[in-house]
Design a protein. Sequence first.
Length: 202
Amino acid sequence: MFITFEGIDGSGKSTQARLLAQALRDAGRAVVLTREPGGSPGAEEIRRLVLEGDPDRWSAETELLLFTAARRDHLERTIAPALAAGQIVICDRFADSTRMYQGLTRGDLRATVDRLHDMMIGRDPDLTFLIDIDPAVGLARARARNGHEERFEDFGLPMQERMRAGFLDLAREFAPRFRVIDGSRPPEAVAAEISAIARAVA
Ligand code: ADP
Ligand code: TYD
């Protein structure tokens, strides 16, 4: 079982991925909790290249290659071995984030994103939770964190609005594996809904 969390910055993905991992472990399941970009030593090195520094550091195409290289390493070293061992893999962001960020917001690269995905990754999750939230709320939460991985966090509100709409379009495009979750509620309420859905299928 391969489960991913998607949504705009600050929607609560990391919080919910952690709470779901805990709930499934409490139920006796073996869980690997991981994230992208990153999730393996090589991919964590690439994470620094793509998330830190000048927003214009990479062209849209180079950035897409870097995210895909990181994902390929993560898949080879972390995700595929865990799935093969019968563990549940929970990943904070995966290929849907590339379909959105590189496919939509960094140029019109969606067709290229899809071709690279087919060629180099070739695997989508069994279940994807899209945490849906008002972009103003997400932006405020993300800014309050005040970290140094800010290359993507200066998009501003209009872009976050486009991203939210884009994610909801993706949920329709890949309807069988997507569940759209209202992320505006308290974390425990969101977690209860997610864990009920996951435990019904995992
Ligand atoms: P993401 O991984 O989607 O960027 P996080 O889980 O890191 O989001 O959450 C962003 C911030 O918002 C964190 O400071 C977190 O504690 C807080 N947060 C997460 N979920 C909620 C929620 N349901 N209500 C209020 N604050 C939340
Ligand atoms: P993340 O650490 O999940 O940030 P947040 O907690 O704010 O959601 O991801 C960092 C950034 O990387 C995020 O702004 C989205 C971007 N990203 C891409 O552009 N493409 C990708 O393929 C992935 C996985 C992330």
